[in-house]
Every structure is written in structure tokens, then in C-alpha cells.
Design a protein around this ligand. Sequence first.
Ligand code: SF4
Length: 757
Amino acid sequence: MTGNSARKGKPRVGEPKSSAAGLPGITHAMRYALGEMGARRSIQTLSAMNQIHGFDCPSCAWPDPDAEHRHQAEFCENGAKAVAWEATRKQVGAAFFATHSIAELRAQSDHWLEHNGRLTEPMHLAAGATHYTPISWDGALSLVADRLRALPDPDRAVFYTSGRASNEAAFVYQLLARRLGTNNLPDCSNMCHESSGAALSQTIGIGKGTVTLDDIANHAELVVVVGQNPGTNHPRMLTALEHAKRRGARIVSINPMAEAGLARFKNPQTVRGLAGRGTQLADRHLPVRVNGDLALFAAVNKALLARDDAEPGAILDHRFIARHCDGFEAAADAWRALDWRRLESMSGLDRSDIEEFTTDVVAADSVVVCWAMGLTQHRNAVATIREIVNFLLLRGNIGRAGAAPIRGHSNVQGDRTMGIWEQMPDTFLDAVRDEFGFDPPRRHGLDTVESIRAIRDGRVDVFFALGGNFVAATPDSELTSAVMANCALTVHVATKLNRSHLHHGREALVLPCLGRTERDVRSAGEQVVTVEDSMGMVHGSRGIPAPASPDLRSEVSIVTELGRRLFGDDIGWGAMGEDYTLIRRHIEHVVPGFQGFESRIAEPGGFALPNGPRDSRAFATPSGKARFTVNPPDAVQVPDGHLLLQTVRSHDQFNTTIYGLDDRYRGVRGGRRVVFVCTDDLRDRGLRDGDVVDLVSVWTDGERRASGFRVVDYPTPRGCATAYFPEANVLVPLDSTADVSNTPTSKSIVIRIEPTT
Ligand code: SF4
């Protein structure tokens, strides 16, 4: 699937870069923006992006500076690409679909599919048909309503959400699913920060971070960036890190590969960044082995404890521990019993490196730990993040700085706040009942992996996706694409054609929606939506240019109109679809922290949601205290001759969206089928840079193969390998998931490498 046409791009490989952004960042952003949008539209959109009265960047969830510190160009290269991708002038309409059959489209790359432009009208694929054909909105929504109404059991429907959906769209969407009678609400969070939510809820009583942008930029004395590549995935974070660095904070990067963005940042907003050498960011880089983070943080905690044992009270914050925490003694006993040699071997780091990092920690009165998918997509991800919470608790850093899970998609955190979760607690469901007068189902629904299993096993008739590219984003992609045919109907609300529209049910619909950048006018006037960033700030987003086609509808209006057709106007579906302030009034009643919602989004920059650990060191755990936990270090055992593969994004990529075929920071151009392996591991296998190999993953149910990858000799720890997703998703077994969170283990796949024959 995704790989076929990607093989057409033959990668050229040069030296990795030692700095990020700068003039090349501006050049690449503007070239892409002008190519997709032209000069007028580029100015119109980019000048409104991340501005107080503009729209929120549809790419990552990095927070915006407060109103008085915003630049006129408050976006990064990848944010500009995301906007250009959405606000492109190119379009695909009925003529395109009449020309290209599904079979032809499947043979194209993801890059090609999306670069044909915006969808302009609803399209229908009849059972047995070879081409999508136009359908009216009335026909499309009636069809979906009829199929949902006819289900023998509401749990035979699945409602998937991507992290782009606004708070308003997410709220009415979860309402629709629950009004129908199901909690089958899988989302992209199941595949990314589910492990963070699980670990943080267990230990500090809230499934979100405890840090603000101000903490990172202006207060923290040490910022630890682990399992995260902000230069590509959250580029404006580099500005905050630069700010921190220039006021004297230390930065430690922990990642198998040293990434350009954390080495040196050339801030394009400064003369120093444009004409000078920029700012060195990381003071220390620890090249941890893939899946070695749990062992590393256990080792640091052991070292901190040993120093405190040697000099009682000098290292740990015993006052904080006694007053705010449970479980310290058990955790301390476990750390004392750990064996240094095992910790070194599992982490891939020497004790001396770990002790030096511990010295950085001891020297800092406030520490922030930022992380992303490099931590969350391992089998032991929840244990790893719990161990990071232990690390933060030991020196009382929660409530002074603390935990910063950095979300990858613009409103993925907000969607969860709005109830997009297959296991929302009874308090939320009770509030929905009290507000709307129907009792939502209480049994837990299906998450993403469970949904794929249910589809595979013929237990799902209707698959509805609010955005996203389900088959490309999910693990075991060949299996996932194949089993979608088991659904009677697949429905995708989308801005652009993607692979998921081509691996469809027996009947399929593609419903074109407004993008975040576009003006949304309903009968009640121009509408604003809201989003929540990675740090719990909620603010408004108002699209500026006219929609790409008059036939587009907003996600809110599609969902509410479907609700009206299914349930009549029992809870005011029609009115909510015309006036989003009514939705916000309901949110205010149902979701804690949204009192005065409408007036607070009028404040420049929006408002912060309450956060007990951060605001007042209040922990909503059963004991009311933060919990130390015991997390026995382990690491994936890799058989002789095998490697542990992690999947990553290239720089020309946002999730499954491929903007281009380059990854210039890592020195790769013109292709994506590459695998990064160190010199020693290549030599052991008789391989060299430039060889072409197959990657074969090994799992209990057999082997999976991805063919034709160009080997790149690259500095990375021994025993590790790296390739891009979605190309390598085919190697991730559906049943290889993280403990507790059930997140696919896309960052630790046992593979062997074989020369392509
Ligand atoms: S850092 Fe993230 S939110 Fe900000 S402009 Fe870049 S991609 Fe968009």
C-alpha cells in the first residue's frame, strides 16, 4: 500500500544538518506556500495564523505566546506548510473521480493523492462500483442516517476522530455517538499520548501536563527533552528553548538520534538567527538506546537517592514528599536494589553519563521534562512516564515546573477534554445525561486497536471518521486496509483525498468539510471554534479566506445535521449547527473548567483550564496525594542479529501528510524508503550505506516485510534502527501494544534486515 509508489522516489543522502530553521526554513516555507496558495492567499492566511483574531495552526499543538509577545509571523516552516496544504488553490471534483478508478488511485503515493487538492463535493462509492460519483448532501446524510438507524446494535458503529476537530465539533460528535448508544470513540490519541494520559492520571490525578509555556521560556532552570524532535514536530518550541537558554537554563536532550533542532537553532525572527550562528540549545545529548528510557530514569532516580542517602536532606525535597506524596519508601527500596550494570545495558548509557546528568538535575531548582512519541509508543511506555513522574516528585518539581507531554495534533488534547474517549468517566456521562436528558451508555467502547480487531472480525457495520487517515496512521497497515472491506459503510469527513478513502467498506462516502483556515458562516452569522493546546490553554479560532468550494460544510454542521436526521430535534441539533455559541453553552454545563466559556474566549489569548497539580499541588487521586510508583526497569529483548526499529516523521511530513520527499535535517532528499543504522551494525551484517534492504519484523504470529529500503549509515546507538512512518507501519503488529494504554508500539519493533533480492 503506502510503500508502492513511494518506491518511485529514489533517496539521495548527504550530511545531516547541525542546525535548524534560519533562512532555509523561511525559503522552504515560502516556496511551498506560494506554490500551493499563490501570493495573495499566502499573505491572507499566514498573516492570520496563530493571531488573536485569526485561526489556530492546524498542525501541532504547541501553545502561542501571550497576546503582547506575539510576532506578526507567529508560525514555523511546518505550520506554513500545513496551512498551504489546506488552503491550496488546487481542487479535486467529480471530473477527477470520473477519470481515476479506485484501483488506479490505490497505486499512487500518499503524497500524490493529497497533492491533487481540496475535495469540493460529496462523493459516493456504490457497492461494487469502481469509481466515486457525486452525491447530494441530502442523499449522503440520509444514507448515513439510514444505515445507522438500521443497526441491530449501536456498538456495530465506530466513530473515529482525528486531532484536528475543534472543541465544538468534537463535543457534538461524541454526543451523536452516545445518543446513538455507543462509546465506540477511538481517536488518534489512542496511538500517541494515551500512555501519557494513563500514567499521569494514575500518579498525579490528571491526564495532562503540569507546565505552561511561561514555565519553559522564563522559569525552568533545566529543560529535559526526551523522545521528542521539536525541530520537525513542534518547531516553535525551539523559540521557547532559545529563550530559556539565553536566560541561563540548561537543556538536556535524550534521544537515540541527535536531531538538528536541539543542536542549534537559527531563529528566523532574529538577526542572530538569520545572519549569525544562532543559538546552541542542548548542553548535553544522551543517545539512549531505543526503549532504554525507563532504565535511564530509574538510574537517575537511583543516583539522586544515593546522593541524598550520603547527604540526608540535601538532594530530595522531603518536605514536598511528606506533605504531597504516597509510596516513596517502596519506590526508594526498589531503586536501592537496582543493579547499575543492568541499567547501563538497558539504557545503552554509561553510569558516568547518567551521573553527570544527575548533577545537572541537582543543580536546578526547577525542572521541566518534555516528551512525545519517543516515549509513548513502547510496550513499557506507561511505566516509563510513571518513572518520569517519580523523577519530578523526588525534587518537588510538580507544581513548580514538571511534566510536559507535547501533543502532535492541534486539538487532540481538546478533543479528549470534550469527551472523545471510549472510556469517559461516569462524572462526564452523568453531566451529559443531566444536560441533555438521555442516559449515555456506560460500557466502555472500542479504542483504535480494538476497533481494527472488531472490523477484522466482522463486528462493525459502519465506520465513520471525522478527519484523519485511518488506514495510513494505524499499525499493521496492510491488514487494516484489507479489513475495511468488512464494513457495510465507511464515511470519511475530509478536506483532501487520502488513502483511507480508497480502502473502503462495501459502500463509501467522502464528505468534504471546511478547513480550519476557512471562514465558517451559518445562518446565525460567522462562527468561531475553539481549541486547547498542549498546555491546557483554550482559545478561539476564526477562519479567514472563503471556503474552497460553496459545497463544503463545517464538521459541526455535518454532525449536527446527521443528529437531526437520526433523532429529530430532541436536543436542539439544528440550532447547535447554526450557532456554535449554543454548543459552548452546553460545554460550559458539562465539562469542568469552562464556566464563562463564551466571554473568556473573547479575552486575547483565551484562558487556562484548571490544573490541580500545577495550580495548587492538588492531586485528584484516591488518597489526594501524588503517587510514587515502582516500575521495574525492563527493555525489549532483541534476539541476536536483530535490531529494534523506531518509526519517525521526516521534516517534510505532518503525521500521515507528506508535504515533500525530503528530510533535509537528516540529509535525505528525494525519497522516503530509508533505514538509518549505525556503522558497526551495518558492518556486522556485511552491509554498507546505499545498499537496498528489506525490513522484516518478527512477532508471535509470524513475519511482516517492508521491501526496498535504502540503508543510511547514521549515528544512532548500536542495536537500533529508524525508518519513516507510514511506510514502516506495515511492520507494527496489531497486537504489539503498550501495557495499560494499548498504544501500538511503533517505537520498538524487532526487525532483521535482509538484502532486497
Ligand atoms: S509550532 Fe506547531 S502550532 Fe506552531 S506554527 Fe509550527 S506547526 Fe503550527
